[in-house]
Every structure is written in structure tokens, then in C-alpha cells.
Design a protein around this ligand. Structure first.
Ligand SMILES: Nc1ncnc2c1ncn2[C@@H]1O[C@H](COP(=O)(O)OP(=O)(O)OP(=O)(O)O)[C@@H](O)[C@H]1O
Ligand SMILES: [Mg+2]
Length: 289
């Protein structure tokens, strides 16, 4: 076992796995690709970790700029190796900072397909070791495919990212529609706006159609994020703007968004999903597929 794996083994074993399964699962998705899911997942996760929470990021997307690329790390093993029983949680978990971790994934579809093929009791026991995390932020990838939906159904909270681009608006609405079978809360962030007003107008447009046609959907705007060169540069440079550019307006704005999210989630604690913790999350996930 490498030093890093040894250290992680100590962290996970010291946390009384499964005893206090309190992890909240936040899924980040969009209708259209390239709207900022991975950027927002990574930076929101970082800001959450700065509040003293233990935060994991799960990559369930194989977009162009994966979470690992954006975070400047190279995972050797992923959650699929864990599902196959080839390694332990400490071999895949990557510690990025004191309370900030990456759980390297694969495309959501691959994760779910493996769930079908393998006996997973050992995996469920192993993944419980991640119950020390307070939050898991899941970058689900874009689109209204089955695999993305499955992740969204298993999560405690779903954030949908859209932009003022007309295609992104249409696709965000299509996403709301496929998620509207049962009553649920969906939270939106409008990214890459020219002005706050523009962001609010885009949201109002979507919300108006949703209110009329999708009575099951309780839609809320978490906030808007400006189109900002600090963000573009950070993605190109593989660093987190929220970490390296503390005084950027995007950092301030994302912190406000995080504040709203935490307030909403605290209020929503009453309706906890059946089966808590990582075991519960993955069982919900894999049983549906
Ligand atoms: N607020 C912003 N201001 C400027 N550029 C942004 C902003 N948000 C995202 N971008 C840029 O948009 C591009 C796509 O971002 P990102 O990779 O996070 O999107 P995604 O939704 O994860 O894409 P995919 O669907 O391919 O996974 C990146 O190059 C990023 O720099
Ligand atoms: Mg992405």
C-alpha cells in the first residue's frame, strides 16, 4: 500500500463507517453540455470544504474536461475497480485538501451497467467507509438519458445548470420535464450571464413554463453566475478560481449560492431518503436501473 493509501486508510477507518451515515448527496446536471457543471461542482465543493465540512466530489461524467483534469490530478483507479472488487476505497479516494476529496468515477452509464453485472454486497460494505463525508457532490454529465436520471433520483438535491444560450434554455426545460413524474424540488443556477438581470430573465422564462405545465416541480433559483474571464482562465490553468482568486466576483457569487443551498437543505432535512449513507445511495442508484 502506498503512503497515500495508508494515510487514507487511517482516515476512513477512524471515522466509524456506517455508524453515523449523514452524507448528503448533491447532484449537478444540465440539459445541454458545456454549460459549467464540472466547473461549478469543483468550486462549490471547494467552498463547502472551506466551511469545515468533509466533502467528496464524484465524477460520473466523461466530458471533455473531467473533474480530475480540472483539479490537476491523475487517478489510477476508479469506482469501477472498486465495484469489481479489485481494490479498497482508500485506493481510489484522492485527498485534494484537508477535508476535500475526489472519488474518481467513470461515465454514469458504465457505473450503472457494472452494478447489473456484479455481485455488489462487498462493494456496498466497502463504500460505507465514505460515510465520514458530510457531502458528496456528483458531476452527472449532461442530458436526459436514463443514467443521468438515475443519479438524480438517488440524490438528495439536484442542481440544474443552464445558460442564457437558447439551446441551453430549451434543454434545461426538457430536463425539468423528464424529472417531473413525481413531486420534487429542483434548484437552478444560471451560469455565464452578461448581467444579473439577464440571468433572472432566463430563469423566469423557464419557471413560467414549468409552473404552467409541470405541477410536480418545485423550482427555485439558487443564483446566477456572470460570464467571467477569471473562470475561463482557471479552467485552462487547471486551478480552482474559488481557491486561488478569493476576491473574484465569481467566488463571492458562488459563496452566496452555497449559502442559499445550505439554508434550503437544512430546511429540507425532514424528508430524508430511505436508506442513508453511501450504501443507501448506491443501493438506490443500482436498484433502479
Ligand atoms: N461563469 C463562467 N464564465 C466563463 N466561462 C465559463 C463559466 N462557466 C464555465 N465556463 C467555461 O465553459 C466551459 C465548459 O465548462 P464545464 O467543463 O464546467 O462545463 P460542463 O457542463 O461540465 O461540460 P460537459 O457537458 O462537457 O461536461 C469551460 O471552458 C469553462 O471555462
Ligand atoms: Mg463536465
Amino acid at each position: 500500500m502506498s503512503n497515500q493509501a495508508q494515510k487514507l486508510a487511517e482516515i476512513v477507518s477512524s471515522q466509524n463507517a456506517g455508524k453515523n451515515a449523514k452524507t448528503k448527496f448533491i447532484a449537478i446536471t444540465s440539459g445541454k453540455g458545456g454549460v459549467g457543471k464540472t466547473t461549478i461542482s469543483a468550486n462549490l465543493g471547494w467552498l463547502l470544504a472551506q466551511k469545515g465540512y468533509q466533502v467528496g466530489l464524484l465524477d460520473a461524467d466523461i466530458g471533455l474536461a473531467n473533474l480530475d483534469v480540472m483539479l490537476g490530478v491523475k487517478p489510477e483507479k476508479t469506482i469501477l475497480n472498486l465495484m469489481r472488487g479489485e481494490c479498497g476505497v482508500e485506493d481510489i479516494l484522492m485527498q485534494l485538501d484537508k477535508t476535500f476529496y475526489l472519488v474518481p468515477g467513470e461515465s454514469g452509464g458504465d457505473i450503472l451497467k457494472f452494478g447489473e453485472r456484479y455481485a455488489l454486497e462487498r462493494f456496498y460494505d466497502e463504500i460505507k467507509k465514505l460515510d465520514f463525508l458530510d457531502y458528496l457532490v456528483v458531476d452527472t454529465g449532461a442530458g436526459i438519458g436514463d443514467s443521468v436520471q438515475t443519479f438524480l433520483n438517488a440524490a438528495d438535491e439536484t442542481l440544474i445548470i443552464a445558460t442564457p444560450d437558447p439551446a441551453a434554455i430549451t434543454d434545461a426545460y426538457a430536463m425539468l420535464k423528464v424529472l417531473s413524474d413525481a413531486p420534487r424540488r429542483l434548484l437552478m443556477i444560471i451560469n455565464q450571464t452578461q448581467s444579473d438581470r439577464e440571468g433572472e430573465q432566463v430563469y423566469e422564462k423557464i419557471a413560467k413554463v414549468a409552473a404552467k405545465n409541470l405541477p410536480n416541480v418545485d423550482l427555485k433559483l439558487l443564483g446566477t453566475l456572470p460570464r467571467d474571464n477569471d473562470v475561463t482562465r482557471s479552467v485552462r490553468g487547471r486551478y480552482l478560481f474559488s481557491k486561488e482568486i478569493a476576491n473574484s466576483r465569481s467566488t463571492a457569487r458562488l459563496s452566496e449560492i452555497l449559502g442559499s443551498l445550505l439554508r434550503l437543505m437544512e430546511r429540507g432535512m425532514l424528508e430524508a431518503k430511505e436508506g442513508s449513507g453511501f450504501r443507501g445511495f448506491f443501493k438506490r442508484l443500482l436498484d433502479q436501473f
